[in-house]
Design a protein. Structure first.
Length: 290
């Protein structure tokens, strides 16, 4: 299934998008071969709007045969941004409200938490080892509590690792799993974030097999955290998708393209979709010949 991340909606309507904007944006997606879309609360002050109006978006999506593939809690970036946030319960009460919104959307059981770039701040002197480990332990503890809250609401937590976060990358995710023994938190594979962080993309599906709960498919040149259409950067999409398939990923292929202007959205999403389709067709052709 092909879907879109919330970038489709904020590229069309700005980051101040409303639930009504989401409804208006679905018809074009359906008409052009997309069947999935991701929910998102981008600004904390929009949370009440989603609580009050999500049912109308759910009704519209069901009528169109569209599936909500995950719920991205973008506004919760603040919960992992600073030492003060890590050492507090910041974000917990807001997170508790999200499963009730997602419950309007059948099958939407993944709650994606973007991890903010970590900012120590000028008030702190350069960290020593003990201070770093204190922050890391607080970070891990907080993620475990957030996972419990998500599961209590019938959802599973996925982490979107933004460059500069305290987790660092997929090796940090594996370290978190090893140290905590957590068996339920997953990974939202944002190809652009990982590529800009100099990760070896080809290894990620094998490293995190069974833990990849969703995708944000975008391209860049591996130097800057851009969200370009697949095919416009240096990612080898055929090999990446082959790795996902080989390691059991059967979820939606959701594009995340941050278009520079609203008039570019339709062209760039169709372009990105065509690139992924071509790569998948190449895999099918290779499989049939082997």
């Amino acid at each position: 299934m092909f879907g879109v991340s919330p970038a489709y909606f904020f590229s069309r309507y700005s980051t101040d998008f409303s639930v009504r904007d989401y409804i208006d944006g679905l018809e074009w997606l359906k008409a052009h071969g997309f069947h999935g879309f991701q929910l998102e609360v981008f600004h904390r002050e929009k949370l009440a709007e989603w609580e009050n109006q999500a049912f109308s978006l759910a009704d519209a999506s069901i009528q169109l045969g569209m599936q909500a593939t995950q719920f991205v809690a973008h506004f919760l970036l603040f919960a992992t941004r600073t030492p003060e946030a890590l050492l507090s319960d910041a974000g917990m009460e807001e997170l508790k409200r999200l499963p009730e919104i997602a419950a309007h959307f059948p099958g939407c059981t993944t709650l994606t938490l973007p991890l903010s770039p970590f900012v120590v701040g000028a008030s702190y002197p350069p960290l020593n080892s003990a201070e770093y480990h204190r922050f890391w332990e607080a970070f891990c503890s907080k993620l475990l509590v957030m996972d419990e809250l998500a599961r209590a609401g019938g959802m599973r937590l996925a982490l979107e690792i933004v460059p500069g976060s305290l987790m660092g990358g997929t090796e940090g995710f594996l370290r978190f799993i090893h140290e905590t023994g957590n068996q339920t938190i997953g990974y939202n594979f944002d190809t652009g974030h990982a590529h800009a962080s100099k990760e070896c993309l080809e290894l990620i599906p094998a490293k995190l097999a069974g833990r990849i709960y969703g995708t944000h498919l975008k391209d860049n040149a591996g130097m800057e955290n851009l969200a370009m259409p697949p095919g416009k950067g240096t990612i080898d999409w055929t090999r990446l998708l082959a790795g996902l398939e080989k390691n059991g990923y059967r979820g939606s292929f959701d594009l995340e393209i941050a278009s520079r202007a609203p008039e570019l959205v339709f062209e760039e999403y169709l372009e990105g979709k065509a690139c992924i389709e071509t790569s998948l067709n190449q895999l099918d052709s290779s499989s049939s010949k082997s």
